[in-house]
Write a new protein. Structure first.
Length: 536
């Protein structure tokens, strides 16, 4: 392609500009504003605690920062009932646990954070007036999740993520068509939801935050109207139902599956732009340079994925081992003694060692992308940046065709039969090696949970693979009989996250007093520094 015939669409130019602006802003100094500084000793203690908690509370790495903001807000606003200086305490704690740099963030940011928090303090007050205590508490917890999203957008790279999202939506809408029966506004929201989920790996909370900002734009204004907030809280079921309409829309999953393929190209393109903001114009105006840079970034990301998989496997093994040991000590060993007056050492040993071993074994079969995958990525990014594709829509989504009632019944019966065969085979094997009912139930519980964790890790390892997976009889049979185990594991992992006693213990027994002690120590260090400065 000749350089003088290159055409770069405006949305790509605008997206690239946000990376150049971010690089410029990062270098701008704010010497006239005092920076927030915390003690390194206190910071190390906080960081150790945060890492411990992240092991016990199994969550995706990219959500840890937002979840940390939520936890801090929940402790300060709902448990300690603080109403002032919340912004400063929040930023100090984020610095201590390494989510923000020390002695870099200007104190003026605390005012911006406090402005956001003020709105949620008003919502808390309205909620307690409008509902009974338990319902008000649940609603305020939900709003604190939204507050965490809003504060994260304020403190971190919101403009880059927004530009990246808009660019991918633009490309996706060029290639994917929805039925004309869906109006323009709904189409835009559905495309945005698909991109947020696939590109930014947004969880349900972030998707709710996005819908709230789109459907009720005044909610995010600097000075929201109290009457509007009251109206929103008092008609909460209708508000949430309006958002759930889009989250449960029949086309959302279909769009999501397509969007996941496109997300890879924009993730790599983002890394290309972030890697060297000074050379963005040089890279984008020379296709060969862009292609070489894409290949370089791909190789780097493949190595990062390997490291990410290793970390995920380690965290999963530690989490599973701690949970299993707790169950063995609290439940399995005492019940064995009570029912049989003896210990089944075989069952106990298998139940303790099998889950970590299974996780490790599954991780060994994870294959990273090859050269052909990199070539496909480079080709598609070239089409996106220079609009060199055919220009025709590649996907035209249609409503799901209904199956006949008889055929539908047959499929469901067969699906339940597969469940029976899968778990029946597992139960038969456990009875063969003399597992009692409790030991067998614990084995099946961890088999399902570990399988679901392993599938998630394999998905992370394949997140940059754009080549189609080869389908064969062996793969089909494996998927067919492993699906029941994985689905039950998914359901159990959701329930576990809601009743995680380790998280409850850390949040309500350990974290609150620990953070109070660390805050006192921080003030003591500050006092000593002031006294030393008086000498000089």
């Amino acid at each position: 392609m000749a350089q003088d015939k290159l055409y770069i669409p405006n949305f790509i130019v605008k997206m690239a500009a946000t990376f150049k602006v971010a690089e410029k802003e990062e270098k701008e100094s704010l010497d006239d504003d005092t920076k927030i500084k915390v003690s390194r000793v206190v910071g190390k203690v906080s960081l150790i605690y945060e890492k411990l908690r992240n092991v016990v509370d199994y969550n995706d790495e990219h959500l840890l920062r937002k979840n940390a903001i939520f936890r801090i807000l929940k402790r300060l606003m709902l448990l300690e009932r603080r109403t002032d200086k919340i912004g400063l305490i929040l930023l100090q704690e984020l610095i201590r646990i390494n989510y923000l740099p020390n002695n870099t963030i200007p104190e003026s940011r605390t005012k911006e954070v406090d402005t956001i928090i003020k709105k949620y303090l008003v919502l808390d007050e309205i909620g307690h007036r409008a509902y009974k205590s338990q319902a008000a508490y649940k609603l305020n917890v939900w709003f604190l999740h939204i507050a965490a999203c809003e504060i994260e957008d304020l403190l971190f790279d919101f403009h880059q993520r927004q530009a990246l999202t808009l660019a991918m939506v633009k490309v996706l809408r060029q290639d994917v068509g929805l039925p004309e029966t869906i109006n323009e506004k709904d189409q835009q929201l559905l495309f945005n939801l698909a991109v947020l989920r696939s590109l930014l790996k947004s969880d349900e909370v972030i998707l709710y935050y996005y819908l709230l900002s789109e459907l009720y734009p005044n909610f995010l204004s600097v000075e929201p109207n109290r009457e509007e907030l009251t109206k929103m809280v008092c008609s909460w079921q209708a508000v949430k139902g309006k958002m759930d309409y889009y989250l449960n829309h029949p086309f959302r999953n279909k769009l999501g599956r397509i969007a996941r393929k496109y997300a890879v190209y924009f993730l790599i393109l983002r890394d290309v732009l972030q890697d060297d903001p000074k050379q963005i114009d040089q890279i984008l105006t020379h296709p060969k340079v862009l292609e070489a840079k894409v290949a370089e970034i791909c190789q780097r990301r493949y190595k990062e994925i390997r490291a990410k998989v290793v970390r995920s496997v380690f965290r999963s093994i530690v989490y599973i081992f701690i949970t299993k040991m707790a169950l063995a000590l609290v439940l399995e060993v005492p019940v064995d003694y009570f029912l049989e007056q003896s210990l089944n050492y075989t069952a106990l040993l298998v139940n303790i060692t099998f889950p970590p071993f299974l996780m490790l074994a599954i991780s060994l079969f994870i294959v990273l992308p090859k050269k052909k995958n990199t070539e496909k990525i480079a080709q598609k990014i070239n089409e996106i940046v220079y609009q060199s594709g055919s220009g025709e829509q590649k996907y035209q989504l249609k409503p799901k065709e209904g199956r006949g009632s008889v055929l539908n019944l047959f499929f469901h019966l067969f699906y339940f039969l597969v469940y029976g065969l899968t778990f029946g085979a597992v139960v038969w094997f456990l009875r063969l090696i003399n597992f009692n009912y409790l030991s067998g139930a614990i084995f099946i519980f961890f088999l399902c949970v570990v399988s679901f964790f392993a599938v998630n890790i394999r998905y992370k390892a394949r997140e940059l693979i754009v080549l189609d997976r080869k389908e064969g009889l062996i793969n089909f049979l494996f998927d067919l009989f492993s699906l029941p185990i994985v689905r039950i594991g998914q359901w159990l992992s959701i329930k576990i996250s809601k009743i995680n006693i380790f998280v409850y213990f850390l949040d309500f027994i350990v974290e609150a007093p620990l953070k109070i002690i660390l805050e006192v120590i921080e003030r003591w260090f500050s006092f000593i520094r002031e006294k030393k400065e008086e000498i000089y």
